[in-house]
Design a protein around this ligand. Structure first.
Ligand SMILES: NC(=O)C1=CN([C@@H]2O[C@H](COP(=O)(O)OP(=O)(O)OC[C@H]3O[C@@H](n4cnc5c(N)ncnc54)[C@H](OP(=O)(O)O)[C@@H]3O)[C@@H](O)[C@H]2O)[C@@H](O)CC1
Ligand SMILES: [K+]
Length: 498
């Protein structure tokens, strides 16, 4: 698991630790770790050209001290000082080691042909020490200008603690931000490094241990790795039967949207469900059976559909392609009235927007799996764009307002449960941005719910396997939702070797 803590928590832990350590010890540890990574990114240190972007705070101080270490190993290091002040200790260390520093004019626009721009383009490495966890709001003035100019070069860029311009606690990016190839972060990850859009600016994230771990409380955010998914995933043993492995009920698809049912069923079957009980009208039920003869189908009578819903199930998946008419609403209400875990996706989430009490008043476990547009229907006066920009914040808010677990699909899938650290899936890929992949996910996560996993863990494992399957199915060209189903067993196998 990767753990991420908020700025306030990091500051608190830093304060505790600093009180026991000599002055400057933490910054020395941070700078040494940073210099080590920079040395690895450079083809060789001696004779290389390094440009430091140095803001006025300790983030700039880290860059200056790391720069001094590179300079003492023979790199030509030049610091562009852009803050209203500068870390004096770092600056004198750099100068003593033979590095040079120039003040960048504090004009808002630094032109493309300026000396600073030329130096960045000619450098072997740019080190971004403009702002770290002390940053507030989008980058201002010359900081924004330098970040944009760095982004216009091909020069490899290492960000100090986090890429300047991304919001540490959320991953939101307002305006220009540095795009790093590598981010060297200190003590713990910051949530913004693991959630898009911030995560897309961070490149490879390397954690430098500065001794903070002992002071850190519960994380704000966790990012599961293959081993975490592997240990959580239910595996059949000698005692397993189809009933013990879990029976999943599915109320998805409709005569109009038959594919949704076929895809969700595929996700559940390849996700390892013990038995799948599908309920739907004749045409869609026949289609499901044609694709997946192992499914136990209940054909619903249009005159009395509720009477046909299967009873002996361990969990339910409701919504994809089911519609939002009166029958769908009555069915949703009936299923949510059961004491079983229920996953609501797509149309069921839309229906919930008009009847929030259906979940708010529920005591049994509920998991919502919306994308941003569906989530916007749950939160009045919120647009999908706002949700995309602040995924962690809105997933958390939805979970709290509805009192359930929420999996927000998209660039970084975020899972939130009130009172627990949120989870950020590390496997996000644009390969999944294609019709039907959400249906597969609902079936896959549903199979894990029916297998006995708590909603948060089912969501975590499902999201991880979904992304991994997409990567495994990809052989250079696009993939479809059906390819994803085919790759799920390999994804489960691959957990052990990841
Ligand atoms: N915590 C730890 O455990 C450790 C922390 N360490 C390091 O300390 C870093 C935190 O240092 P910090 O507190 O000095 O703040 P920092 O990130 O340098 O930013 C402040 C400066 O940025 C400026 N500024 C702000 N927003 C801006 C904007 N939008 N656009 C433009 N400018 C903006 C602001 O300028 P002002 O607004 O005051 O003029 C001020 O000068 C941390 O990230 C890590 O690298 C390690 O050394 C050791 C262990
Ligand atoms: K930075």
């Amino acid at each position: 698991m990767r753990y991420a803590h908020t700025v306030d928590t990091v500051r608190g832990a830093e304060g505790e630790l600093m009180a026991r350590l000599p002055d400057g010890a933490l910054m020395r540890r941070a700078a040494t770790g940073l210099a080590r990574v920079c040395a690895r990114v450079l083809p060789r240190v001696y004779g290389s050209r390094v440009v430091l972007l140095v803001g006025g705070g300790d983030n700039g101080g880290d860059a200056l001290y790391a720069g001094s270490q590179l300079a003492s190993r023979g790199a030509a290091v030049r610091a562009l000082l852009v803050g209203s002040r500068v870390h004096e200790g770092g600056l004198s260390a750099l100068r003593s080691a033979g590095g040079r520093a120039v003040e960048v004019p504090r004009t808002t626009e630094i032109p493309a042909g300026s000396e600073a721009a030329t130096e960045m383009a000619a450098a072997d490495l740019i080190v971004d020490g403009l702002v770290g966890i002390g940053g507030t709001g989008g980058l201002r003035g010359p900081h924004a200008s330098l970040a944009a100019l760095a982004g216009a070069t091909e020069t490899p860029t290492v960000a100090v603690d986090l890429p300047s311009g991304i919001e540490a606690d959320t991953g939101a990016v307002e305006g220009t931000a540095v795009r790093a190839d590598v981010t060297v972060t200190f003590g713990t990850h910051k949530p913004g490094l693991l959630v898009s859009p911030g995560a897309e600016h961070a490149g490879v994230v390397e954690l430098v241990d500065i001794g903070l771990a002992g002071e850190l409380p519960t994380a704000r955010l966790e990012s599961p790795q293959a081993g975490d998914v592997d240990v959580s995933l239910p595996r059949p043993g000698p005692e397993s039967t189809k009933y013990r492995r879990g029976v999943l009920g599915m109320a998805v698809g409709s005569d109009r949207y038959r594919g949704a049912a076929v895809l969700a069923a595929g996700g559940a079957l390849r996700g390892g469900v013990g038995m799948l009980r599908y309920a739907g009208h004749d045409a869609v039920a026949t289609e499901v059976l044609r694709h997946w003869p192992e499914v136990v189908v209940s054909v619903l009578d249009p005159e009395d559909p509720l009477a046909g819903l299967p009873e002996r199930v361990d969990a339910w998946v409701v919504g994809p392609g089911r519609g939002v008419d009166g029958d769908a609403e009555t069915e949703l209400e009936a299923i949510l009235g059961s004491p079983l875990p229920v996953l609501l996706d797509a149309d069921a989430v839309t229906l919930l927007g008009t009847r929030p009490r259906l979940v708010r008043d529920r005591e049994a476990p509920t998991l919502l799996t919306p994308h941003a547009a569906e989530m916007a229907r749950l939160l009045p006066d919120t647009s999908p764009r706002e949700i995309e920009a602040r995924r962690l914040e809105y997933a958390t808010r939805t979970a709290e307002e509805y009192g359930c677990v929420v999996l927000l699909k998209g660039s970084t899938t975020v899972i939130a449960e009130p009172g627990r650290p949120a989870l950020a899936d590390p496997n996000g890929t644009s390969l999944l941005a294609t019709a039907g992949t959400g249906d597969v996910l609902s079936g896959l996560v549903g199979s894990l719910l029916s297998g006995g996993l708590a909603p948060r863990e089912a969501a975590m494992c499902g999201a991880y396997l979904h992304g991994l399957a997409a990567r495994l199915a990809h052989d250079g060209g696009p993939i479809s939702a059906s390819d994803l189903i085919g790759a799920l067993p390999s994804a489960i196998r691959a957990l052990r070797t990841e």
